[in-house]
Design a binder for this molecule. Structure first.
Ligand SMILES: CC(=O)N[C@H]1[C@@H](OP(=O)(O)OP(=O)(O)OC[C@H]2O[C@@H](n3ccc(=O)[nH]c3=O)[C@H](O)[C@@H]2O)O[C@H](CO)[C@@H](O)[C@@H]1O
Ligand SMILES: C=C(OP(=O)(O)O)C(=O)O
Length: 436
């Protein structure tokens, strides 16, 4: 387990370019299994989760060519389906959440998939009902095999149908879309997730020859085709990383220019930071965050306390609430953070309370933050990163704190943020990585 030693109190100054979006890249890489032809993907982030997924595909027999540090060509023309029955496959697939999206493409193209309980953040219950019901509705059968602690999914051809999803699951929608593109006839998915990750997946599938209507909405109509071909796709900048840097800049009083953020795909994120009192200057496709001596949280128009709650797109991503929470501790004013989707994502506030933040954890889903208006800066401490986004929030807290903090288990941060220590040190942060 590696650790970050973070010397707090340094202001950063300079430019930073967001990496490609982790959650989009996971979908896109899985979609390469839908064709025997070569697919080229650009702007792939060099992070643990992505590298693990790419090497899993290589183990399955896909030809993987790294064209540059952030672009790959993947060709699934010789997939070894027997590999799915090996303990090695189950071990690797279980290590990352993104592997759940191998299900749709494997069933659609090969009629067979094995799905061990996927990894990813332990942030609460993460059920897979939407995935399973959707794939079953298309005609696949599903059996839980206790001997290998995995689901085995089989299909002898899939058939399109109408389905109303029980929830707008992001990876669930991706799985069903990837299965439906090769199903016979028309599939209609209502209450589909429509995050930019899903929009981008649909665009790439369309470039491969799929017929998809309603991209960007929660009603997708997919007319199945017999085969898909190769394509060239560029992953969008990671909107969660963009949000993390906005929060980090404000909290540390730094002036940072975020380059090429794909502003129009950030949805409600910039306005949400503005409501926290953070000045965001859009300059073309860049965002400039000027140095803040202070920032003040707005109230709602009727004067009631501001609330940030997560919601499926175009609502606020649950992946940014930890950042909003930590940044609010140094604002003037108060805010309620309401994490509706996951029940274990707010427990890290204990550490912020140890550091001197005024936070009341009302229940597992809600935390009230009373900003100190920078009157009392946070005090350094030692903490363990429980998940990616709590990890980045802890890093932001440590960077703004007085003294030197330690963050252990930073593999959790590395899962989603590329070389974060190097990139921040280049603009003035003081972060040392200690690898055991
Ligand atoms: C690899 C990947 O892409 N991971 C993202 C994906 O996870 P993932 O696709 O696993 O998350 P889901 O969209 O399925 O849902 C997450 C949780 O929220 C609940 N739920 C979901 C939809 C809804 O309308 N109401 C509701 O309460 C679900 O019950 C579930 O427990 O989407 C999550 C929600 O944006 C993000 O946090 C994850 O970073
Ligand atoms: C929860 C997240 O990731 P995963 O779904 O991979 O656990 C995240 O990206 O914040």
């Amino acid at each position: 387990m590696s650790t970050f030693i973070v010397e707090g109190g340094h202001r950063m100054h300079g430019d930073i370019t967001p990496q490609g979006a982790k959650n989009e890249a996971l979908q896109i890489i899985c979609a390469t299994l839908l064709t025997p032809e070569r697919v080229v993907i650009e702007n792939v982030p060099d992070i643990l989760d992505i590298n693990n997924l790419i090497s899993l595909l290589a183990e399955m027999g896909c030809k993987v060519e790294r064209l540059s540090p952030h672009s790959y060509a993947i060709q699934a023309d010789n997939v070894n389906i027997e590999y799915l029955s090996t303990p090695e496959y189950r071990r690797r697939a279980a290590a990352l959440r993104g592997s759940v999206m191998l299900l749709g493409p494997l069933v659609a193209r090969f009629g067979y998939a094995v799905l061990p309980k996927p990894g990813g953040d332990k942030i609460g219950r993460r059920r897979l009902d939407t995935h399973f019901i959707g794939i079953q509705r298309l005609g696949a059968t599903l059996e839980y095999r206790s001997d290998i602690k995995s689901y085995e999914v089989k299909a002898d051809g899939l058939n399109g149908c109408y389905m109303l999803l029980d929830e707008a699951s992001v990876t669930g929608t991706a799985n069903i879309v990837m299965a439906a593109v090769l199903a016979k006839g028309t599939t209609t998915i209502y209450n589909a997730a429509c995050e930019p990750y899903i929009q981008q997946l649909c665009r790439m599938l369309s470039a491969m020859g799929a017929k998809i209507d309603g991209i960007g909405s929660n009603l997708l109509t997919i007319h199945g085709v017999d085969t898909l071909g190769g394509a060239h796709h560029k992953v969008l900048p990671d909107m969660i990383e963009v949000g993390s840097f906005i929060g980090m800049a404000a909290m540390t009083g730094s002036e940072i220019r975020l380059r090429n953020v794909a502003y129009d795909d950030l949805g409600i994120i910039p306005d949400s930071f503005s409501r926290l009192g953070i000045a965001i200057e859009r300059q073309g496709d860049d965002i400039l965050i000027p140095s803040h001596d202070s920032y003040e949280i707005e109230t709602f128009m009727d004067g009631s306390i501001m609330t940030f709650a997560d919601a499926p797109w175009p609502g606020l991503s649950p992946d940014l609430l930890s950042v909003f929470l930590v940044v609010a501790t140094q604002a003037r004013g108060s805010v309620l953070i309401h994490q509706k989707m996951f029940e274990s994502r707010l427990f890290f506030v204990d550490k912020l309370i140890d550091m001197g933040a005024q936070i009341i954890l009302c229940d597992p889903h809600r935390a009230a933050v009373i900003g100190s208006g920078r009157l009392n800066s946070l005090k350094a401490t030692t903490m363990v990163s429980p998940d990616i986004r709590a990890g980045i929030a802890m890093l932001i807290a440590a960077m703004s704190a007085k003294g030197t903090s330690q963050i252990q288990n930073i593999d959790q941060i590395d899962r989603g943020y590329e070389g974060i220590d190097k990139r921040l040190n280049a603009i003035g942060a003081k972060i040392i990585r200690v690898t055991d």
